[in-house]
Design a protein. Structure first.
Length: 401
């Protein structure tokens, strides 16, 4: 079969959605399918970095379209980048031969509309892989007024994409409930969580020591937040805990990744002396990810109170793959709290609500006390979220007639 995959990021970009789409594309090629990807030339978090305009990579035909490179410093900048990508992607799609299957993700939010419209015109089968759920997420974040003209248009576009899809791939049951509430038939909406990168990301003792030595972390208890730093994952409580622990020389907070909030933390690190115990590092390449994640003594996963079913922090899966303790800051129930409930008593984990700084500090110090006796081994539940468990399920759905 011929597949067309649409998303703003793809290999070699380090953004999570691009990595997941790359896994799918490679597996489809392995199974004898023809795969074309339309994506952006600019790196998601480093707009000055541009990838080749067109290439054949491991049997995948990749077309990368240009965009403006204003970045994420203001809403209009992000909107301009999104609009230019969508316009140029539309021109590229118009010149491509008919695909049998179109798969669209959600970055930028309107890419699913292009996929759904193209599939309808070309009579292709359309699959909508919902990585985050907009415009509902933008409304919950306060970026859009609920009943504004823009919100209404975006909601119509979202519903059009959902209705046109042969199948909708949601990341957890809470997201599925949000989608079904839009009037979508429950049978169309499948739950397939994102997977851990279990062939690349396992506990790496040598990589851990290398990373810790390179960044002055020897002898430190490292609390790590690794991944996209977005306002939908508010870090205020974690930063307040870092301030309280600033007098403890053995505890260091490590923020790795990118996004608007990462840049804010980086600026605070430079100017706020009460945050002298934090370091900020950019996204790590996939071949170095095992070492950086293994360097943490405690991984932090955060979700905003209003975003259950709208976003899906997938960093927990790689954290479990390296056998690291996990601290969750966010609402309950959520897909994260359900995973931690399953682990309770069998794995070192903890949870706290936003604003409960004392509990966050208490749990960090508890895990630090217990760390010497911890064995870095993934819990049995981690196999449920492995690539070899979930990727074949997703590919089978895409191949289904």
């Amino acid at each position: 079969m011929t597949f067309l995959l649409l998303n703003q990021t793809f290999h070699p970009d380090v953004m999570a959605t691009g990595q997941y789409l790359t896994d799918v594309a490679l597996r489809l090629v392995e199974r004898g399918h023809q795969v074309t990807v339309v994506t952006s030339r600019r790196a998601y978090d480093q707009p000055r970095t541009q990838f080749p305009k067109e290439e054949m990579w491991r049997g995948i035909r990749v077309y990368r379209v240009g965009t403006t490179g204003f970045g994420k410093g203001a809403k209009w900048r992000r909107a301009a980048d999104f609009a230019s990508f969508l316009a140029l992607a539309s021109l590229r799609l118009a010149r491509l031969p008919r695909p049998e299957v179109v798969v669209a993700l959600t970055s930028p939010p309107l890419i699913s509309f292009l996929g759904a419209g193209l599939a309808r015109l070309r009579r292709s089968r359309f699959f909508y892989w919902v990585m985050d759920f907009n415009p509902d997420e933008a409304i919950a974040a306060g970026w859009l007024r609920p009943h504004s003209p823009v919100a209404r248009v975006l909601d119509w576009i979202s519903r059009f994409s959902l209705r046109q899809a042969r199948k909708i791939l949601a990341l957890d049951r809470f997201m599925r409930e949000r989608i079904v509430a839009k009037g979508i038939a429950p049978a169309k909406v499948l739950v397939i969580p994102p997977w851990s990168h279990d062939t690349e990301v396992t506990f790496d003792a040598e990589g851990r020591e290398r990373f810790r030595k390179a960044h002055g972390l020897d002898g430190k208890f490292v609390v790590m937040y690794s991944g996209n730093h977005s306002p939908v994952h508010p870090l205020d409580t974690l930063l307040a805990a870092a301030r309280q622990l600033a007098s403890n020389p053995d505890v260091t907070f490590c923020f790795i990744g990118g996004g608007s909030e990462w840049r804010k933390i980086q600026e605070k690190q430079k100017t706020d002396r009460t945050l002298s115990n934090i370091i900020c590092l950019p996204y790590q390449p996939l071949d170095q990810l095992a070492g950086s994640l293994s360097a943490a003594d405690l991984h932090v996963v955060v979700m905003g109170n209003d975003f259950v079913g709208l976003v899906h922090p997938c960093k927990i899966y790689n954290a479990l793959s390296v056998g690291a303790p996990v601290l969750y800051i966010g609402p309950s129930p959520s897909h994260i709290s359900e995973i931690l409930d399953t682990l309770d008593g069998h794995y070192t984990c903890a949870a706290a609500h936003h604003g409960d700084v004392e509990r966050v500090v208490e749990q960090i110090l508890r895990v630090r006390r217990e760390s010497a006796a911890l064995v870095r081994q993934p819990p049995k539940i981690s196999s449920m979220f492995s690539r070899e468990t979930l990727l074949p399920r997703l590919v089978a759905e895409l191949e289904g007639q």
